[in-house]
Design a protein around this ligand. Structure first.
Ligand SMILES: C[S@@+](CC[C@H](N)C(=O)[O-])C[C@H]1O[C@@H](n2cnc3c(N)ncnc32)[C@H](O)[C@@H]1O
Length: 207
C-alpha cells in the first residue's frame, strides 16, 4: 500500500479549518483518532463497505478510506457546504473512485433499500445523541457488520445500559491516542420501524 498523502489532506482541509468545521485538532491528531474506529475485522487487505454518518469535512470516513485501500465508502451529511468540504478531502487523497459523498439525511438513507443493511462498517463521530446514532445507524449495518462510535464514560454507559433492549453486544476498543470506541454488533437486523420520524425520536428516544 502506498502511504496516503496526508500533506495533501492537510492542505485540502484548510477551508474547513478556517470555517471552524474541524475544531482545533491538528490533521495529525484527527488521523490518529480516526484510525481508532477500525475494528479488528477490517484489516488492511480486506474488502468492505463503510458509511460515515454526519461526516462534516470527512471525519473520520475519509481517513478510514485512505487507511483501507480496498474499502468503499459513503460519506453522508445533511449540510451541502460540508459535503463540498468532504469532497475536496476525498479528491485530495485521490479516493474519488471508491468514496462517494452524499448530501442527504442519514435517516432518509437508513430507510432507503439501496442503503439499508448495506454496510460492513458504520461509523459516527459527534453525529448526535447515542439514541439517535443507534436508531439511524443500526439499520444501515449489514448483518455481520459493525457500528463503531467514539464514546465518553457517560455515552459508553448509555450504550451498555441499552444493549439488551437494542439486541446488540457492545465491546470497547482503544485508539492509539487513548480515545475509546464502542464496537456494536448484532446477529439480527434492526427493527423495520427504525428510524422513526424525527419528531417521534425526539419525543421518545430509544434510550
Ligand atoms: C458535530 S458535526 C461532526 C462532523 C464530523 N463527523 C466530525 O467529527 O468532524 C455533526 C455533523 O452531522 C451532520 N448531521 C446532523 N444530523 C444529520 C442527519 N440527520 N443526517 C445527515 N447529517 C447530519 C451535520 O451537518 C454535521 O456536519
Amino acid at each position: 500500500m502506498t502511504e496516503p498523502d496526508w500533506a495533501a489532506l492537510d492542505a485540502a482541509w484548510l477551508p474547513a479549518r478556517e470555517a471552524g468545521v474541524l475544531g482545533s485538532a491538528t490533521t495529525e491528531a484527527v488521523i490518529a483518532h480516526a484510525a481508532g474506529y477500525l475494528p479488528a475485522a477490517c484489516r488492511v487487505e480486506d474488502e468492505f463497505s463503510g458509511i460515515d454518518l454526519g461526516t462534516g469535512a470527512g471525519v473520520p470516513g475519509v481517513v478510514l478510506a485512505a487507511l483501507r485501500p480496498r474499502s468503499n465508502w459513503t460519506l453522508v451529511d445533511a449540510s451541502e457546504r460540508r459535503c463540498h468540504l468532504a469532497a475536496a478531502a476525498v479528491h485530495a487523497l485521490g479516493l474519488d473512485e471508491r468514496v462517494e459523498v452524499v448530501h442527504a439525511r442519514v435517516d432518509d438513507l437508513a430507510a432507503d433499500a439501496a442503503h439499508r443493511n448495506g454496510y460492513d462498517l458504520v461509523v459516527a463521530r459527534s453525529f448526535g445523541p447515542a439514541s439517535e446514532v443507534a436508531e439511524c445507524g443500526l439499520p444501515l449495518r449489514a448483518n455481520h457488520g459493525h457500528l463503531v462510535v467514539s464514546v465518553t464514560e457517560a455515552t459508553l454507559r448509555q450504550w451498555t445500559g441499552a444493549s439488551s433492549r437494542l439486541g446488540v453486544t457492545v465491546q470497547v476498543q482503544r485508539g492509539a491516542d487513548g480515545a475509546r470506541f464502542a464496537v456494536i454488533q448484532s446477529d439480527a437486523p434492526a427493527p423495520e420501524r427504525w428510524p422513526r420520524r424525527p419528531a417521534a425520536r425526539r419525543r421518545a428516544p430509544l434510550f
